[in-house]
Unconditional design. Structure first.
Length: 203
């Protein structure tokens, strides 16, 4: 927790634990408004958010319900398959991949959907590319312009992009491109409803 949910103050401290049936939550105290609170849980769900997230993520990674149940059972103990199905159904509207999951699985094996590659630039980075979703989007005429982006990302995955371009020499020091100060044009803030905002409604 970064701030108090009541007054938004960052003057919070840990204040013990709250033991529930399936998890232990951290309890906090706000020094500004004097209220206690605990880590957020998903509304109307008796299971911890991490278990529900694991279930939905595994299903959208190509595992069927029986396989998802086995994955969760190994990590968290026995969970009814009907419960897992209800989670997948509840979050189908905000997890946009669920709408195209069946079509994707007809064209890609589970292990082919996401390409992964490790890079080291001062620290270890995991590069991931959801080629299944990218290919799906490129079949629409209005998205054909992103075909060059796909080519670039594939070159990154295949290590055909020189890795030294991510590190620039500055006298005797090396700076990552992400550390450089850039002059940016004025930014106009535009607010709109998104999947991420929809997910917050479950908390």
């Amino acid at each position: 927790m970064d701030s108090c949910p009541f007054c938004n103050s960052k003057r919070i401290i840990k204040a013990g634990k709250v033991k529930l049936k399936r998890e232990i939550l951290q309890r906090y105290f706000c020094k500004k408004c004097g209220k206690f609170f605990q880590e957020r849980r998903i509304k109307n769900k008796s299971y911890p958010a991490r278990i529900i997230l694991q279930a939905v993520s595994s299903y959208n990674s190509g595992y069927n319900l029986k396989e998802v149940k086995e994955i969760l059972s190994r990590k968290f103990g026995e969970i009814p398959q009907s419960t897992i199905y209800s989670w997948i159904k509840d979050f189908s509207q905000v997890c946009t991949f669920s709408r195209i999951r069946n079509e994707i699985l007809q064209k890609f094996k589970r292990e082919e959907m996401i390409l992964r590659q490790k890079f080291f630039h001062h620290q270890l980075y995991l590069f991931q590319m959801h080629q299944a979703k990218l290919n799906y989007q490129l079949k629409f005429e209005e998205n054909k312009k992103f075909s060059l982006l796909k080519e670039y990302l594939l070159k990154v995955y295949e290590r055909k992009i020189p890795e030294h371009i991510f590190v620039l020499e500055d006298e005797e020091l090396e700076k990552r491109a992400s550390q450089l100060k850039a002059k940016l044009l004025p930014i106009e803030k535009i607010e709109k409803e998104s999947v991420a905002k929809s997910l917050l409604s479950f908390l």
